[in-house]
Design a protein around this ligand. Structure first.
Ligand code: I3S
Length: 129
């Protein structure tokens, strides 16, 4: 049928700069370490790269940099973080099935709202397999 080879804008593909910190890994509480990170949502994976500014022309998979870490969103939970979790505004709390908890944040209201929407949509469509 027509359009078979057409690619439309995929809401599960998104990227941008966010502030991120892990707070738990393998069930162990970590000391917060907020860093600005280039963030890519790709299917059910969320990839973070350290030290990549917004203006850097750069891609995952190139020789220049590798993802700092990757989060499997299948079976994860996404919610707005409570005030106890952070004093910052606009913080999303992400909990994975692998026992990682992280906070992601942007000072920009519309930016974090778009991420919240994209992440909840991803979690809802990629159920745990
Ligand atoms: O939840 P916490 O421990 O109060 O988090 C804050 C600390 O990690 C702090 O660093 P140190 O206390 O390790 O020096 C950070 O600078 C703050 O940003 C953390 O709190 P927020 O509320 O910004 O997530």
């Amino acid at each position: 049928s027509k359009g078979q080879n057409l690619r439309t804008a995929d809401p599960s593909e998104k990227c941008g700069v966010l502030n991120v910190t892990k707070i738990t890994e393998n069930g162990k509480k970590l000391r917060k370490n907020w860093t600005s990170s280039w963030t890519v949502l790709q299917g059910s994976s969320l990839l973070f790269a350290k030290g990549q500014g917004a203006s850097t022309s750069w891609k995952f998979g190139s020789n220049q940099s590798k993802p700092e870490f990757t989060v499997d969103l299948r079976g994860a939970s996404v919610e707005w973080a409570s005030k106890e979790k952070s004093s910052k505004k606009h913080v999303i709390e992400l909990k994975t099935r692998q026992g990682m908890e992280l906070l992601i944040q942007s000072e920009i209201d519309s930016v974090i709202n778009d991420w919240y929407r994209a992440l909840t949509e991803t979690v809802n469509t990629h159920a745990w397999e």
